[in-house]
Design a protein around this ligand. Structure first.
Ligand code: NDP
Length: 283
């Protein structure tokens, strides 16, 4: 068996074409969706991610405002900036690029962003709403993963989803979203004994450990769907994931590639949340 590729780049393009039309309609009503992106310091990876988000906004007609703050920025200064943006009517979404310098408490910052502008879906109010199945901004990477699985009409209900990773931004929420879709969910993490015993039972396996090629062919059940969230840069400059793609594609029924899988979908769902915010609070 050679797995079918779930192409996140293509799915993103399709969704972004639809979003372009939605934004055009909003603009005709005098509403230009606006996203503010705050970056603190000069971390090169963060700068690349921020540029990618800005470019994606511009492509579909969302106004993006980049706010660059110095590495030495204090928590109070960052909070003051967020307060300003919370009050600014032309801004529908506020994103603070993580990680932040060590003098700033990330959780304190996340909680300062208005839940109505929290397009990353990290605010405890949005997380609570997601857990209780209410309308909210869903976190972008987990939402993108669900959309990818659904795009191939893969059954979720009653299936066993195994999530490797339990971070607040990927692992925990992605498991919750699959639970909301009536899957049976198992979480694995760095303290899990015998990881393979769990992953090899998965109908849908989500690899979000941040460990290059942790998931080998023998970790995967034949016919499974394998979603690779990991991003690792190799010495030759190329990107790879948490999954040994060449091995696993011979066993899985569906697989996401790196690059061109979950990454583009994450940005697409950020655009989606920004448009939803403009519609919800301004249209
Ligand atoms: P974190 O480092 O915050 O979390 C990693 C999780 O994996 C932790 O829960 C950790 O367990 C678990 N883990 C680590 N090693 C193992 C192991 N050997 N076996 C089982 N579990 C393990 O990472 P993130 O969730 O932020 O990101 C994960 C990966 O996804 C990274 O490569 C990141 O770059 C990528 N990423 C990609 C995105 C995209 O858009 N494609 C978006 C966000 C992240 P424990 O809790 O016990 O420490």
């Amino acid at each position: 068996m050679t797995a079918q590729i779930i192409n996140g780049k293509e799915l993103s393009q399709k969704k972004r074409e639809e979003m372009k039309i939605e934004v055009e309609t909003l603009r005709k009503q005098g509403i230009t969706p606006g996203l503010a992106v705050i970056i603190v310091g000069t971390d090169p990876a963060s700068q690349t991610y921020v540029r990618g988000k800005q470019r994606a906004c511009e492509e579909i007609g969302i106004q993006s405002l980049l706010i660059e703050m110095k590495e030495s920025t204090t928590e109070a200064q960052l909070i003051a900036k967020i307060d300003e943006l919370n009050k600014e009517d032309s801004i529908d979404g506020i994103l603070v690029q993580l990680p932040l310098p060590s003098q700033i408490n990330e959780q304190a910052i996340i909680e300062k962003i208005s839940p109505n502008k929290d397009v990353d879906g990290f605010h405890p109010i949005n997380i609570g709403r997601m857990m209780t199945g209410q309308d909210c901004f869903l976190p972008c990477t987990p939402h993108g993963i669900i959309e990818m699985v659904k795009s191939k009409q893969i059954d979720i209900e009653g299936k066993h989803v195994v999530v490797v990773g339990r971070s607040n931004i990927v692992g925990k929420p992605v498991g919750q979203l699959f639970l909301n879709e009536h899957a049976t969910v198992t979480y694995c993490h760095s303290r899990t004994n015998d990881l393979k015993a769990y992953t090899s039972q998965a109908d849908i396996l989500i690899a979000a450990a941040g460990k290059q090629h942790l998931i080998q062919g023998e970790y995967v059940k034949r016919g499974a769907t394998v979603i690779d969230v990991g991003i690792h840069r190799l010495e030759n400059g190329k990107l790879t994931g948490d999954v040994n793609f060449d091995e696993v594609k011979e066993k899985a029924a569906y697989i996401t590639p790196v690059p061109g899988g979950v990454g583009p979908m994450t940005i697409t769902m950020l655009l989606h949340n920004t448009i939803q915010s403009a519609k919800r609070f301004r249209a």
